[in-house]
Design a protein around this ligand. Structure first.
Ligand code: WTA
Length: 663
């Protein structure tokens, strides 16, 4: 994050008290109550979680031990001996409890007239049918199924169908390229892929199945592809492998009931790939009992969801936010979750507010990048719609800068609604640090306090506790039920990435400080991960995509501050001697990265460089590259450069940047 942004947050002194209206019926109604809950959760950690797990989850077999964990090994087991099924908890339980006619999912497609509402009963029927389809295609408990789909109801149906039969889903965001999809399928050896013909986005139809066809050339594990017809787009068809969703689902003998596979608490539930600082993306593994408890618990407390609420999380289900806060958390509570296919800017920049008005949305959860983009369009777009149904606002994905926070608070929250700024990660399974909407006084830009049960601390590089206001590494000192249980197929990486540097702790990879009121201020990643519009991108991944192009000798990628995306990708590229630094090649390299990884990874700026700043031992000094990308021009900005092999490289790079961007 830029220095200016960190400083503007350091200066932030405003405090916003939680609203009185709605407080009486809230779950947690004051800071005193929060403090008491927090103390209890630390003093009797297992008792606290056992209560939550029993209240929120229906167990086929009760657990006999709450926690069996050792953070150093690491070996983490929650709710040991318990058996359950997540689909049962998201569907069957509510049907039995009188909610069968309640809307589980309200789906708003991109065209405004495309709306589908699934009651819990209807969703149950579809899930059971698709579970039977998967079984008929040879999917068994423990098998992996890759889901590469747009934001259509079939995605949620496929997820729940997998977990109903004990299959493990691995969702690949539909914005990823064929190559990225291929890597993920190869890593988890999926048997079946579910996809759609195309994605509808901002009025256009973008082919999707084509990427699957390309990816599967090198994926021998996959024997069937199920295709949803979303856009009537032309597709190539491989007889014997490809099957239409709608044909499978109307087979005359297909049953709308399917028994739930009883799963052990620690059986894997899903894999979700996320970028790390080195190498290829990691397959983060979440398990059944702990994840479900944690998703339901955090949805209930952080958003204060009521039975009558319409709850809308604008994330894509392809990211962890969509897993936990569109599908599993809300459905485990029997809530009504709005699933939205479109984008914030189409057909106009009031699309979100029009949807809020249309469905009288009560709880709205989005990302700072969306707020900043809509803020730029002007407040008049928000005034065209009645937003009075809203009660709680949320933010996730990156630090929300105070300016965006204030705009959100005033224009969407009418100057009175609480904003829960939720810090968490793919690995944490659910929200870790956040305000409780009717209890916590808010400071714009701070995620406020750790949730009860979460032992978050800031430590120095040597592992000792940081003082108030001293920046350091954010770690979690006790296990929590939603934490990852592994990196698929790579236990060594699981340990070294998260548990090695600070023994006994989970290392988040973020920098943060805690102020004298105990409020957490997240300062951004400490590793080589860039957060572009709330999406994690590994610099190493982008670099290896660039160097796989025949013209490229070397590449170094860093983040640069960006007014809307938070951070953007800045790539320095050294070409092979026989390649020329032309605009065509620059464009080609950006397209190349789109193809290798996906549009979100395409560099914002791509600078050709004759040399990169390296130490005498050959290590690239990214610190310097970040400074140059951020606009530094004065030698005094670069700190210690005495270890540079060739100090002249800095002025060349600065000149090159000025030629390119004029700054
Ligand atoms: C960042 C998304 C500040 C952080 C749920 C983290 C945040 C990474 C916040 C995880 C927030 C997420 N304030 N930073 N409220 N929320 N982050 O795995 O750097 O896609 O490590 O999970 O996003 O991104 P991921």
């Amino acid at each position: 994050m830029s220095q200016a942004r960190i400083e503007s947050m350091m200066d932030e002194k405003r405090l916003f008290e939680p609203p009185m209206e709605g407080r009486n019926s809230a779950r947690v109604t004051s800071m005193e109550e929060y403090e008491a809950l927090y103390r209890r959760s630390m003093d009797d950690n297992e008792g606290f979680w056992a209560e939550r797990a029993n209240e929120l989850v229906e167990w086929f077999t009760p657990f006999t031990k709450v926690l069996d964990a050792d953070m150093e090994t690491p070996s983490i087991k929650w709710f040991v001996g318990g058996q359950l099924n997540v689909a049962y908890n998201c569907l069957d339980k509510h049907i039995a409890n009188g909610r069968r006619n309640k809307a589980a999912i309200i789906w708003q497609g991109e065209p405004d007239e495309d709306v589908k509402v699934y009651t819990y009963q209807m969703l149950y029927d579809e899930v059971c049918k698709f579970a039977n389809v998967l079984k008929a295609q040879g999917v068994h408990k423990g098998d992996r199924v890759a889901l590469y789909m747009p934001m259509i109801p079939e995605l949620a149906i496929a997820m729940l169908a997998c977990v109903r039969i004990g299959a493990v889903h691995s969702i690949v965001f539909a914005g990823f390229s064929a190559v990225s999809l291929q890597n993920r399928i190869q890593d988890c050896e999926a048997k079946v892929v579910v996809t759609s013909d195309a994605v509808i986005r901002a009025g256009r139809s973008i082919p999707l199945k084509k990427n699957v066809d390309e990816a599967l050339r090198l994926c021998p594990s996959v024997h069937k592809v199920v295709v949803v017809n979303r856009a009537n787009a032309a597709v190539e068809w491989q007889e014997g492998r490809d099957l239409w969703w709608h044909e499978l689902m109307k087979a005359p003998d297909l049953k709308a009931s399917c028994p739930c596979e009883p799963m052990d608490s620690e059986d894997p539930l899903f894999i979700l790939y996320t970028s790390g600082s080195t190498g290829k993306p990691k397959g983060v593994v979440h398990t059944t009992g702990g994840y479900l408890t944690y998703a339901a618990h955090t949805t209930q407390w952080v958003f204060d969801v009521k039975d009558s609420d319409v709850y809308w999380c604008t994330a894509d289900v392809g990211w962890i936010t969509g897993h936990s806060y569109i599908v599993y958390g809300p459905l485990a509570l029997g809530a009504t979750s709005l699933m939205f296919e479109g984008v914030p800017s189409y057909p106009g920049p009031d699309r979100f507010w029009q949807v809020v008005e249309k469905f009288r949305v009560n709880i709205f959860y989005t990302a700072p990048t969306v707020i900043r983009a809509l803020m730029r369009e002007g407040a008049e777009w928000t005034q065209k719609h009645d937003l009075s149904s809203l009660r709680v606002l949320g933010s996730v994905g990156e630090p929300i800068n105070p300016e965006a926070w204030m705009w959100y608070h005033e224009n969407i929250g009418g100057g009175k609604l609480p904003i829960v700024d939720t810090w968490w990660q793919t690995e944490t399974g659910g929200i870790m640090i956040s305000a409780l909407p009717y209890a916590t006084p808010l400071k714009p830009g701070s995620a406020t306090r750790p949730l009860p049960g979460v032992d978050a601390r800031i430590v120095r590089p040597d592992g000792t506790d940081a003082e108030p206001n001293e920046g350091g590494h954010l770690v979690i000192r006790r296990p929590w039920p939603g934490m990852l249980r592994g990196v698929f197929g790579d236990p060594a990486r699981y340990k070294s990435t998260y548990f090695e540097r600070f023994p006994g702790c989970y290392e988040a990879g973020d920098g943060a400080r805690v102020d004298s009121d105990g409020y957490f201020w997240i300062m951004g990643r400490l590793d080589d991960v860039i957060n572009v519009s709330g999406h994690r991108m590994g610099t190493a991944e982008i670099e290896s995509a660039l160097v796989s192009h025949p013209a490229v000798a070397e590449a170094a990628v860093v983040g640069m501050p960006h007014a809307i995306k938070g951070e953007a990708i800045y790539a320095y590229v050294t070409l092979n001697a026989d390649a020329d630094e032309t605009e065509e090649l620059r464009a080609e390299l950006r397209t190349w990265v789109r193809k290798e990884i996906g549009p979100i990874a395409s560099p914002e700026v791509l600078q050709f460089a004759d040399g990169l700043p390296k130490t005498r031992s050959g290590k690239i000094m990214r610190r310097i590259l970040r400074k140059i990308a951020g606009g530094s021009t004065s030698t005094s900005d670069f700190g210690d450069t005495s270890t540079l092999a060739d100090p002249g490289v800095i002025s060349d790079l600065i000149e090159g940047k000025m030629d390119l961007t004029g700054r």
